[in-house]
Design a protein around this ligand. Sequence first.
Ligand code: NI
Length: 186
Amino acid sequence: MAILDILIFPDPRLRQKARPVEQVDDQVRRLVDDMLETMYAAPGIGLAATQVDVQRQVIVIDVSEGHDSPLCFINPRIVAREGTEQMDEGCLSVPGFFETVTRADRVTIEALDRDGNPFRLEADGLLSVCMQHEIDHLDGKLFVDHISILKRQRIRHKLEKQRKERQHAESARAREAAAEPRRSAI
Ligand code: NI
């Protein structure tokens, strides 16, 4: 298993639409395992393949208290939605920000499991919100698309600033490393 890099908003790759998985094979199962490891390490309660720069319709979720009930949805589709609810949402691709988003209260999802078998799941509460959030990612959408333009721009500017600061720090470190005298042990 491996921990994958998570793309950060406003990375344009987060706007790509994921393709359906044609066959659930070992390669897809490896992606699922890597995504779970990445999600737990972050730590987060959901992750979509789009966030790790893989344009396939795969999401993983674990909303359990003990972080011991991983769920995997391949080619997920929302087939029914009911009611509305508001919840504060965050996202591993929008680190450090939480905003209130209105979504369906109850959804029914059809998907394939890790073995490629179709299943249907009805959910409400946090699991319902999480599934809608992750399926949005596969469509190239982020929770910040559900809030005001002003708030979205503010988040975008702050994250872009942080990225520039990180890049400056990295290039400063690289310059220092290059300036160090070369010594060889013989
Ligand atoms: Ni997210």
